[in-house]
Design a protein around this ligand. Sequence first.
Ligand SMILES: O=C(O)CCC(=O)C(=O)O
Ligand SMILES: [Fe+2]
Length: 319
Amino acid sequence: MVNQMEDEVPVIDFAGLEGDQEQRKSVSRQVAEACQTWGFFQIVNHGTNPELMKRSKQVSKEFFYLPEQEKMKIKVGPGNIRGWNHSKLTGATGDNELVKPDTVEHIFLAQFPDDEENAKGYPLNPPSYRATILEYAGEIRTLHSKILSVMWEMLGLSAEQVEKLISVEHMTMRTNFYPLRKESDPPGGVCHPHSDPGGITILLADDVSGLQVKKDGRWVQVDPVPGAFIVNVGDSAEIMSNGTYKSVEHRGMPNQTQERLTIASFSGPMLEDEVGPLDEILSERNPPRYRRDIFRNYIRSFHMRGLDGKNGLDAYKLL
Ligand SMILES: O=C(O)CCC(=O)C(=O)O
Ligand SMILES: [Fe+2]
């Protein structure tokens, strides 16, 4: 681990995953431990093209810089959470309080499956937006699989089972834009405390601080290592691991010296997949701690509650 401090989210050097067996084992142990304690870690030397990361941030910022009337063309609507979202649109999706007052401006879109349905909601401006984001999504999908592979291996699953669990068929992205906020400005423009519903999240945090993670009842700031990704365990991975891996509450705050852009990429089960503790790890001593349900229902229940702490997961706990 690089730069390890007790009260800092672990930073893991992924170069070791391409090394010999010992090096791979060491990285795998660090990943499993981080998933069990923090539910969060940063990764460096992850192999993702830095130029593509930069272009994805750039094209996203270009979208957010557009005049409001242009962004309104892809705004969310009743029963539709895809597209551009702003606290001005509070309640616009019809899903209770999906958009709370003071919510950060963001855009939510799906990348995989790469079909007609998921192509909906993309902005036509800037013209290169969709192509760039899909190129980025393609690289990030590989990284999702790599991380998931380590996580499931470390639970003792067979290579065959791991293989089945790491193909990322369903992937979505939430891009958050936090304009520079001075101390004298009224509070607002935040990503409210929540846990992520999917498998894992890979966050491109633009080297600007603002993400905070709940640890032992208090908020801990994550200072992004330049060029790193911040990875976290989602609710589905917590459920599938029967609680071994932790989906931890976090929130996104504006930065007081720089504007902030974050791109969160969520890999998850397919909407019709059943999510429940993996049979292979259950035993008399490790009985199921969560009830099973299809992911579509889980997501619906999650959104009905709005972004609000870990309520989504609590509703599925058995013990
Ligand atoms: O912007 C951030 O720092 C956090 C974003 C986040 O947690 C999310 O989009 O799910
Ligand atoms: Fe999140």
